[in-house]
Design a protein around this ligand. Structure first.
Ligand code: SF4
Length: 295
């Protein structure tokens, strides 16, 4: 039997070759993220000439990546638009106030740090041990949307990515009884702002890898001490297991969200099932109130 060990030609053998391989891989990743953000912006017409885009920056990997990629695209974009980063300091204990200003100054991007003690409000209103995220996010959204409206930013960019969208889809499906997710572009509930999600086509693992490569100064989102919503955690676990066992499944499910067939579902508000076959006129009462004919 031939005892010669098998050579793995995919693994570079010298340190220089490994550095070169890592450089090529990281360029590929940056390119992929730029392409996916560009594609989402184009598909949903997220950004137009003259837009004033407020980029919401939490200090997490997603929002850093969003800002970074948008800045790269801005340099070559076919339209001119403004970027303004905004962070809401929610007065959580030990929030490292200096990190974002230092980072943003170094990047040369216009920014505002808003201060609002939503932490105390949440603490006062949510019983100990319960998850605080839903009220906390609502208050944060309110503060950020109001600021955007007052300062004339016509677009608000949020850092949700493809896997956030899918997790929300499954949460609504399993626990809410509705087919609904987080759209890449929407009009805010109060009708004052257009919200965009430029990372809608980006996979979370790509974003995590990019954030590591770029060494973004991440601020953890657990300073408040709350637990992540249990249902969301379960859904994410399920998605991760699928992805391990069936790579590409998340991509297929996301594709389904962009390829809806209302006539093959059952929502009478989405498709005129009643009118099929040219049926018109008043709807007869098939519930037939009165005595049971079988009884
Ligand atoms: S983890 Fe804490 S800061 Fe983040 S949304 Fe939840 S309550 Fe708010």
């Amino acid at each position: 039997m031939d005892a010669t060990p098998l050579l793995d030609f995919r693994t570079p053998r010298t340190p220089a070759a490994r550095v070169e391989r890592d450089r090529v891989e990281s360029n590929k990743l940056a390119k992929r993220l730029r392409r996916e953000v560009g594609r989402a912006i184009q598909d949903y017409r997220m950004i137009e000439e003259g837009d004033r885009v407020m980029v919401c920056l939490s200090g997490g990997k997603d929002s850093y990546t969003m800002l970074d990629v948008l800045m790269q695209l801005q340099a070559k974009a076919p339209v001119r638009f403004e970027l303004h980063a905004v962070n809401l300091d929610q007065k959580q204990p030990d929030f490292p106030e200096h990190i974002l200003p230092e980072y943003l100054k170094a990047k040369g991007v216009a920014y505002t740090i808003l201060e609002q003690d939503t932490y105390s409000v949440v603490k006062r209103n949510i019983p100990e041990g319960k998850t605080m995220c839903s009220l906390c996010s609502r208050l944060r959204r309110g503060a950020l949307y109001t600021f955007a409206h007052e300062k004339g930013f016509n677009k608000i960019a949020l850092g949700h990515h493809r896997d956030d969208i899918l997790a929300t889809f499954f949460l609504n499906l399993f626990f809410g009884g509705k087919l609904s997710a987080m759209p890449p572009k929407l009009l805010s509930d109060d009708g004052r702002n257009i919200v965009i999600r430029p990372l809608s086509y980006c996979r979370e693992p790509d974003i995590a890898e990019y954030a590591t490569q770029k060494a973004f100064p991440i601020i953890p989102c657990n300073l408040c001490g709350t637990q992540e919503n249990l249902q969301r955690k379960q859904v994410r676990k399920m998605m991760d297991a699928w992805e391990r066992e069936h790579p590409g499944r998340s991509e297929i499910i996301f594709k389904a969200l962009t390829n809806v067939a209302p006539s093959q579902l059952a929502d009478v508000n989405l498709f005129d099932f009643a009118g099929l076959g040219g049926v018109t006129g008043p709807v007869p009462d098939w519930l037939m109130p009165g005595p049971d004919p079988a009884g």
